[in-house]
Ligand binder design. Structure first.
Ligand code: AHM
Ligand code: MG
Length: 326
């Protein structure tokens, strides 16, 4: 028989090695429980009628699907019952979600079900999260932390059963779900240097609405790299982390209908862009916004703030950043 190291065993050793507290383990256990429940509901969703529209709009003005509500409810339950979270910030809720305001040590920024256009088809979606720590030595200065101050960030790709977690200063690790629903077999992720496997991932339908300099850059690259796009950040970034290349959701500046321009792109900074940027940096890559500023350096002003995003292999991100800064 073959046995693989479990996620919890990996984490226990990690915490022991770095002489850390058990609090983070309790939080991770809550996130794993939430992910397993979301995974279960997603897999059985079509049968239970969970993959339809719920008939209301969320804070971003988008239609909420039943699965989004389920994922949100599950995540809040586990985070709250961990007793380690001061408050959460979720894509699904306009307001900050108070949890353990006295004893909590962490802020958790999350999108419990990202990539909603895939839901109706049962195709990959993501559960993305970033974790920052409260100031334990003095008054707490709020929850708006830049990505560089995250302690960890991760994503579950649902329902494929992969989990990627980056720990500050300790690398990015990928786990797979096994027959007993345990996440197992940690594999250290480093973006490949060999350009043979590199890919570019973006919504081709938006291409001619990007800044002209971004369009020209893509035109130079299109014969070199394959284009791949699932339409769910976790799935698309999962490929980039394995194969190298770059995922981008640039600013939409030249839409034929100017009302549809999105100067700040589509993705949210705190629970989408900074999460993948953090995992990417720990895997040797980088991420910038439309001005070429590192995503992890951006100090959020609002918890649902959007940002354009270019994330992936360092040589490509450096190239585009230079163009964007120019
Ligand atoms: P969502 O939060 O409404 O699910 O949107 C986020 C998703 C990302 O997962 C994905 O990268 C992007 O939106 C795709 O957008 P588009 O359909 O415009 O290409
Ligand atoms: Mg989202």
């Amino acid at each position: 028989m073959q046995f693989e190291q479990t996620f919890m065993n990996f984490m226990l050793h990690h915490q022991e090695k770095h002489k850390r507290t058990y609090h983070f383990l309790i939080l991770m256990d809550a996130l794993i429980s939430a992910a397993k429940h979301i995974q279960h509901y997603y897999l059985t969703g079509a049968l239970k009628g969970n993959l339809g529209f719920a008939g209301r709009v969320n804070v971003q003005g988008e239609e909420v699907m039943r699965m989004d509500q389920i994922a949100q409810e599950i995540t809040i339950h586990y985070l709250r019952s961990s007793g380690r979270v001061i408050h959460g910030v979720s894509e699904e809720t306009e307001e900050i979600i108070p949890m353990d305001t006295e004893g909590g040590r962490y802020f958790v920024y999350f999108d419990p079900l990202d990539g909603s256009s895939n839901v109706a088809h049962g195709l990959p979606v993501g559960f993305l999260f970033g974790i920052a720590k409260r100031n334990l030595d003095g008054p707490e200065d709020g929850h708006l932390r830049a990505g560089k101050d995250y302690r960890a960030a991760g994503m579950f790709v649902i329902p494929t059963g992969t989990f990627t977690l980056a720990l500050q200063g300790s690398g990015t690790w990928r786990f797979n779900i096994d027959d007993t629903m345990d996440f197992v077999k940690p594999v250290r992720m480093m973006l490949p240097e060999d350009r043979k496997t590199w890919e570019l991932s973006f919504n081709e339908a938006n291409r001619y609405s990007f800044a002209k300099r971004v369009q020209s850059w893509i035109a130079q690259k299109e014969k070199k790299y394959a284009f791949r796009y699932l339409g769910a950040l976790a799935g698309d970034f999962h490929r980039i982390l394995s194969n190298g290349g770059m995922f981008m959701y640039p600013a939409i500046l030249n839409h034929p209908n100017p009302e549809k321009n999105r100067p700040y792109g589509k993705l949210r900074l705190m629970y989408e862009a900074a999460v993948v940027a953090f995992m990417c940096r720990e895997a040797g890559g980088d991420a910038v916004d439309e001005t070429g500023t590192p995503i992890l350096e951006i100090q959020p002003k609002k918890h649902h703030q959007r940002t354009p995003l270019y994330v992936g292999s360092k040589p490509l991100v450096d190239e585009i950043a230079k163009i964007l800064r120019g």
